[in-house]
Design a protein around this ligand. Structure first.
Ligand code: HEM
Length: 197
C-alpha cells in the first residue's frame, strides 16, 4: 500500500533526471544569449546568427540554466500539498455550515444552537486561514518560478534598495493598522448599541 509520501514524492527521482537535462540545455541557452548580445554589440552579424540559432535550439529550457541543482527545480511539495488540502477541506466545510445555519434559521431556533453559533463564530477566522492556505498553495507551489521554465524567482529579484522596500512595508503596516483600529472601534460601538428590538 503506498503511503502519503510515496503518493506525493513518488516520481521525484524521474523529475530530477529530467531537470538535470533541462539545466544542461538551459546553461547553453544562457551562454548563447550572452554570446548573441556580445556579437550584436560588436556588429558581428555572422557570430550573432550562430549564437541566435544555438539559443533558439535551447530557449525552452532557458530558466533552468539559472538553477544551481536539479533539486532546486522541485517546489516544497509537502507545504503545497497540505496547504491546498487545508483550503479545500475548509472550502467544503463552509457550504455545509451555511446549510446548517439556513436550516436552523428557517426552523427559527438558531439562538438555541450554542454549538452552531460557536462554529459560525470560529468560521470567521477559518475563512482567513483558508485564504492564507490558498495563497501559500499558489506561491509555494509555483517555486522556483516567477515565469514557468523561463525566469526563476532568484533571478527575478529587483535591484531596488532595501530601504525603499522597508519604507513601503512600514507605510502599509501603518495604514492597515489604522484601518484595523477604526474597524474595531466601529464594531465595538455597534455592539454596544445592540440589535433593534
Ligand atoms: C473546494 C474548495 C476549493 C477549491 C477546489 C480551491 C481551489 C483552488 C485552486 C486550484 C487554486 C490555485 C492554486 C494555484 O495557483 O495553483 C486556489 C488558490 C487560492 N484559493 Fe482556493 N479553493 C477552494 C477553496 C478556497 C477557500 C474557501 C478560500 C478562502 C476563503 C480559498 C482561497 C484561495 C486563495 C486566496 C488562493 C490563491 C490565489 C492566488 O494568489 O493566486 N480557496 N484555490
Amino acid at each position: 500500500m503506498p503511503g502519503i509520501n510515496d503518493l506525493v514524492f513518488g516520481n521525484k527521482a524521474q523529475n530530477i533526471t529530467g531537470a538535470e537535462q533541462r539545466i544542461a540545455n538551459g546553461r547553453i541557452a544562457v551562454q548563447e544569449l550572452a554570446r548573441y548580445k556580445e556579437a550584436k554589440s560588436k556588429g558581428d552579424s555572422q557570430e550573432a546568427a550562430l549564437a541566435l540559432a544555438g539559443f533558439n535550439a535551447h530557449k525552452n529550457d532557458l530558466g533552468y540554466g539559472y538553477l544551481a541543482t536539479a533539486q532546486a527545480a522541485v517546489p516544497p511539495v509537502a507545504t503545497t500539498f497540505y496547504s491546498f488540502h487545508l483550503m479545500v477541506v475548509l472550502g467544503t466545510l463552509f457550504p455545509l455550515l451555511f446549510l446548517l445555519v439556513l436550516y436552523h434559521l428557517y426552523k427559527n431556533d438558531i439562538e438555541q444552537c450554542r454549538l452552531l453559533n460557536t462554529a459560525a463564530f470560529l468560521a470567521i477566522f477559518l475563512g482567513y486561514i483558508a485564504s492564507q492556505a490558498g495563497w501559500v498553495a499558489a506561491e509555494v507551489g509555483r517555486q522556483p518560478w516567477a515565469i514557468q521554465n523561463l525566469l526563476p524567482v532568484g533571478v527575478a529579484t529587483t535591484r531596488i534598495a532595501p530601504g525603499n522596500v522597508q519604507a513601503t512595508f512600514f507605510i502599509f503596516l501603518t495604514l492597515f493598522t489604522v484601518l484595523l483600529l477604526a474597524e474595531i472601534s466601529i464594531m465595538i460601538k455597534q455592539i454596544k448599541i445592540g440589535p433593534e428590538e
